[in-house]
Design a protein around this ligand. Structure first.
Ligand code: MTE
Ligand code: MOS
Length: 771
């Protein structure tokens, strides 16, 4: 490979750091007659809307109009899966829900006018937690179940058992670019929408639905997003629909750009989860029975909660064999924002449950947690609890032993023990955890992608594909794939904005599958073009087409490179011979299937693996802690783009650390989301990055059946951060004298402090009992 596998910078890196990269909001200064929309948000979590009075707002200078349900020509709904998200609700279902919009010549004027809109509400009782939803039998869907073996019988027969529960809080996406859309009317009822969306096709569909027009009238473009992390997989649609509606009503371009506080109060987050488990195991720590009830907080509408719960249920095994297991999952309906996709898509919550369970087993048996983990690893020949063979199970042990060596695990473990003996008030600990993450959309039909490659007469090329760029480096990888598939240098290629009129009917860029799917589609398109050009060259050189080589922009017969001519020459020749110079490519993931009735199948094309070793130090007086060192070893197959992949591994890990340690979502008693900005919502910063941070990609790891032997990387590394939570728990344990350590999630310093207090009083109680 010439370009694939090279450690290149992100294709927009220079634009990003010089401020030249264009985002939707930047289009404001370039758009004549632009208007801005501002929401009127509900001050109640649950209420009937009795009336909306625009009279004080409508006539303010600079106000162009107000939007209410009566303005919707199509369907008053933006729900992506189930149509349960009214754009203008008669009943509000969460605190901060927009009930109406005002459009004015500036966002400041729109804001002032929106404040004058008088809405009368009749407050209703609200369900504001998973526990309250369970008590009220408030669910979005019937229970889902995955089952293997006879867990009840295995639990009864087990030598040891316990039961317990774990609440896992959610996470705010905090993409740097908040939600934004700009709609521009076109002639003949057409509409062009710039949207910061992971899913232009769905944004197009929702806009068309709300306008009541055919999809061919709506074009959606996404040039790039300033981060998305799943938060723009479905939840970009609402803002595009509002902008579209306003622009059609007013006959001018309209922008919706949420402020941070609006974004945080109106958009869904990573789902909070509650797990209740009953566990049976052997005296060696072998898991024999697991009965797990999983409740997710779906918020007010269904959104993607069903597949998110599904992925959590698929990932409760992580890397471990569960011989007898039942997991029953339910999506709770609460009066909160609608929780949505977030990097890992439920997988992290599922995996956290089993890691919690294994740690409890280890502490109950007084075994080292990593020993219990090892004893439960999948072995070659094993299948998951949903029937998928773990074909490369030896990769788990390979990564595990490689990182134990490279992180100097055993020696540091001994050093930490002597540190802890010498320090009664500070404790250090080390933890190692593995990751196995299934790659493919679990909704099988989403696993398809398209591309459109265009060669112009001068030999320059435009690459279009259905994936969107959110900072993850997809476009960088796609350029690399196109370069090698066509035999061109990167300078000959340009990647275009993602548009629904270039590649239609696309899937969301999600499930980490962006480069697998779109890369294969681009490669297919390039190969079609290359074949055509080789036939032209074959006639020119009087050589068989199979012998023609296109390499770094030169075309020649394989035996005679000295005869080589430029790529543009052969393109020109092809044009004269009336050979088409553009082609589409298409790909669908082979073989995957899953039967929802039986809960069995092979929903994943393959698994991505990794492991991490983290070391922390806790101050026993305050619960404050530091992450001293992290070693990550992650399996990306044969990397398409090692620098990009490294960025994904580092970024995913730190984002996971934020979820599990510092980031705490807080709603108050009236259902208002109060941690509405970085002043109260603690994001990980450089200060939270470990001073020693060793990141490595697994070598010699080519993945058969994926484009250039690569593997998806976007989400799996987030779950490497579980090692930090487990290290914190182990450090808390060092303040006590054995026994289970209950640690809240996120493990904020406060949560760590209370966990220490619990192990300290357990120790005191134990020593009193001994006296
Ligand atoms: N990296 C950056 N910088 N910004 C993002 O928004 N999103 C993540 C991940 N990495 C994200 C990111 C999520 S949730 C997914 S599913 C993948 O990127 C999507 O892109 P891919 O399929 O091309 O990996
Ligand atoms: Mo990612 S949560 O699949 O957008």
């Amino acid at each position: 490979m010439k370009v694939v596998g090279k450690a290149l910078s992100h294709e927009s890196a220079t634009l990003h750091v010089t401020g030249q990269a264009t985002y939707v909001e930047d289009l404001a200064t370039r758009t004549a007659r632009l208007a801005f929309a501002w929401p009127v948000q509900s001050p109640h979590a649950h209420a009937r809307v009795l009336s909306v009075d625009f009279s004080q707002a409508r006539d303010l200078p600079g106000v162009f109009g107000c939007l209410a349900a009566a303005d919707v020509p199509g369907e008053n709904d933006v729900g992506p899966v189930r149509h349960d998200e009214p754009l203008f609700p008669e009943e509000v279902s969460f605190h901060g829900q927009p009930v109406a919009w005002v459009v004015a010549s500036s966002s400041e004027l729109a804001r002032l006018a929106a404040e004058r809109v008088v809405v009368r509400y009749e407050p209703l009782p609200a369900i504001q937690s998973i526990a309250a939803a369970v008590a009220a039998d408030s669910f979005h869907a019937p229970a889902e179940r995955l089952r293997r073996g006879d867990p009840e019988q295995a639990l009864a027969a087990a030598a040891q058992r316990f039961e317990g529960e774990l609440f896992i809080n959610g996470q705010e996406h905090f993409y740097l670019e908040t939600q934004a859309a700009l709609a521009v009317p076109e002639e003949g009822g057409g509409l062009f929408v710039h949207s910061s969306t992971q899913h232009p096709t769905e944004t197009q569909e929702v806009v068309a639905r709300v306008l009541g027009v055919a999809k061919h009238l709506v074009t959606v473009q996404c040039l790039r997003m300033g981060g998305a992390f799943g938060g723009k997989e479905t939840q970009a649609n609402t803002w595009a629909a509002v902008a579209a509606l306003a622009s059609v009503k007013l006959g001018r371009p309209v922008m919706v750009r949420l402020t941070r506080a609006q974004d945080m109060s109106m958009t869904g987050k990573r789902h909070p989860f509650l797990g209740r488990f009953r566990v049976g195991f052997s005296v060696e720590g072998q898991l024999q029975a697991l009965l797990l009830e999983l409740f997710s907080d779906g918020g007010y509408s269904l959104d993607l909660s069903a597949p998110v719960l599904g992925r959590a249920m698929f990932h409760i095994d992580n890397c471990y064999l569960l011989p007898n297991v039942e997991v029953v999952g339910r999506v709770c309906r609460t009066h909160a924002v609608s929780h949505t996709a977030f990097r890992g898509f439920g997988g992290p919550q599922g995996m956290l449950m089993i890691e919690e369970v294994l740690d409890r087993i280890a502490r109950q048996l007084e075994l080292a947690p990593e020993v219990v983990r090892e004893r439960n690893f999948y072995r070659p020949g094993d299948t998951t609890h949903y029937g998928q063979p773990v074909r490369d199970a030896e990769r788990i042990t390979r990564i595990w032993s490689e990182i134990k060596v490279s992180s100097d695990f055993e020696r540091r473990r001994a050093a930490i023990e002597s540190f802890n003996e010498a320090h009664p008030h500070d404790k250090r600990a080390l933890a190692i955890t593995p990751v196995k993450f299934g790659i493919s959309f679990t909704t099988t039909f989403f696993n398809q992608a398209g591309a459109l490659d265009i060669i112009y007469k001068d030999g320059s090329v435009q690459v279009n594909h259905g994936g969107t760029e959110m900072g993850q480096g997809l476009h960088t990888k796609m350029l690399q794939v196109a370069a090698d598939s066509l035999g061109l240098p990167l300078s000959a290629l340009r990647i275009m904005a993602t548009r629904t009129d270039k590649v239609p009917n696309t899937s969301a860029t999600a499930a980490s599958a962006g480069s697998d799917l779109n890369g294969a589609a681009i490669k297919a398109a390039c190969e079609t073009l290359k074949e055509r050009l080789c036939e032209v060259a074959a006639r020119y050189f009087h050589a068989p087409a199979a012998d023609i080589v296109i390499d770094t922009g030169r075309v020649f017969p394989v035996e005679k490179p000295e005869l080589g001519i430029g790529f543009s020459d052969i393109v020109q020749q092809a044009y004269l011979e009336r050979v088409p110079l553009f082609a589409t490519g298409y790909y669908k993931t082979p073989k995957i299937h899953f039967n929802r009735e039986t809960g069995q199948g092979e929903p994943f094309h393959y698994f991505a693996y990794g492991a991490a070793v983290s070391e922390v130090e806790i101050d026993g007086f305050t619960g404050q802690y530091r992450l001293l060192r992290a070693d990550l070893l992650h399996d990306v197959g044969d990397s398409l783009s090692p620098l990009v992949d490294r960025g994904q591994v580092e970024g995913g890990f730190i984002q996971g650390v934020g979820w599990l340690t510092t980031e705490e979502l807080v709603w108050n008693e009236s259902g208002a989301f109060v941690t509405r900005g970085p002043s109260t919502y603690k994001l990980p910063t450089l200060g939270e990055c470990p001073p020693v941070f060793n990141v490595a990609l697994l070598q010699k790891a080519a993945e058969p059946g994926v484009v250039y032997g690569s593997k998806a990387v976007g989400e799996p590394p987030l779950m490497l951060a579980i090692s930090v939570r487990e290290a914190l728990r182990a450090a808390v344990a060092a303040f006590g004298a054995g026994g289970v350590v209950e640690l809240a999630s996120p493990a904020t310093p406060e949560a760590v402090f209370w966990a220490i207090e619990r192990v300290r009083s357990a120790r005191k109680a134990r020593s009193r009992a001994a006296e």
